[in-house]
Write a protein that binds this ligand. Sequence first.
Ligand code: FES
Length: 121
Amino acid sequence: MTTWNLSGMRSHLFICNGSSCMRKGAEEITLAIRDEISELEMDEQIHTTRTRCNGRCKDACIVIAYPQGSWYKASSTDTGREIVRDCLAQQNNQHTVYRTIDGKMILNPEVASITGIDKNK
Ligand code: FES
């Protein structure tokens, strides 16, 4: 059992390890993200957690950054590494599916992605 001291963390990356994302390379992407964090010596600033399905399987593999509120589509290990660097710079990139603006999630029209099923129906 582990209890990390998270004081001073700048970002928390939730890396989807649900079945759809695992079929799209989530294990390798998870390892690449963690390796990039270590190579950049950012272990004290970026925390990672593996999750189950986050409900955006068409965008597999999903990586969510908080408190930035950005949802990324990590399609390769290189993309995973890029997400780490962009997260540190507090930037979104061409892999950002959703951005949070004024507390509201906004679908990024620059990323090829489906809108998805309306939760109100
Ligand atoms: S399995 Fe990752 S979003 Fe569904």
